[in-house]
Design a protein. Structure first.
Length: 201
């Protein structure tokens, strides 16, 4: 059984600052570091570390080859990660001494997925495999519909949350992952009574 993950890949830029910047304020950071980020990449690493065969589908820029190497180092299959003529997606993360943060994300290559590349990535998939998705890339509904048509089980982590996007993808998924607040928003949009009691299966 394989897991196919259409997921974001970010270069995270971390800055330790004395406090989060106020509007118009310039701060000197006390330290700086970079790392692998993106909800999709994090899911792939977690699945691989748990012993799964994980195949990541995504895109980076020429500046992101080192981050693809990092994914490979965690055992992730990166054959379906394209290198595009644009920057790799990145996040600027300011962190204060209490651990509070403020984040700016530039989506870049994450939202330049390609239908033909996605179809090619699923060419070797089999009924019973899994497809996992979240909302930091484009073509999420297309991928869910394609995976469902091939007999894959589709798991959708609806974050960053957008009720309209979730409603559109519901017919093509087997499992929807949300927190309580997101469930309330979706229930309101669908005009149904929410169930506040967690369900496990």
């Amino acid at each position: 059984m394989a897991i196919y993950n259409l997921g974001s890949i970010n270069i995270d830029h971390f800055y330790k600052v004395p406090h989060l910047p106020e509007p118009g304020e310039t701060l000197a950071a006390s330290s700086y570091s970079t790392g692998l980020g993106g909800k999709g990449a994090n899911q792939s690493v977690a699945a691989s570390c748990a012993g799964s065969e994980i195949r990541h589908i995504g895109a980076v820029g020429a500046d992101g080859t080192w981050i693809v190497d990092k994914l490979q180092g965690f055992g992730v299959n990166t054959a379906n990660i394209a290198t595009l003529d644009m920057p790799t997606a990145h996040a600027i993360i300011n962190v204060d001494p209490a651990g509070e943060n403020a984040i700016v994300i530039f989506s870049s290559a994450n939202v330049m997925q390609d239908k033909s590349r996605i179809k090619a990535a699923f060419a070797d998939s089999a009924s019973g495999d899994f497809c996992i998705l979240q909302n930091e890339t484009d073509l999420v509904r297309f991928t869910a519909e394609l995976a469902k048509s091939k007999g894959l089980r589709v798991v959708y982590s609806a974050a960053p949350f957008e009720a309209q996007a979730v409603e559109a993808i519901l017919p093509f998924i087997n499992m929807l992952v949300m927190n309580e607040g997101e469930a309330e928003q979706l229930s309101s949009r669908l005009g149904i009574s929410s169930c506040r009691k967690p369900r496990f299966w």
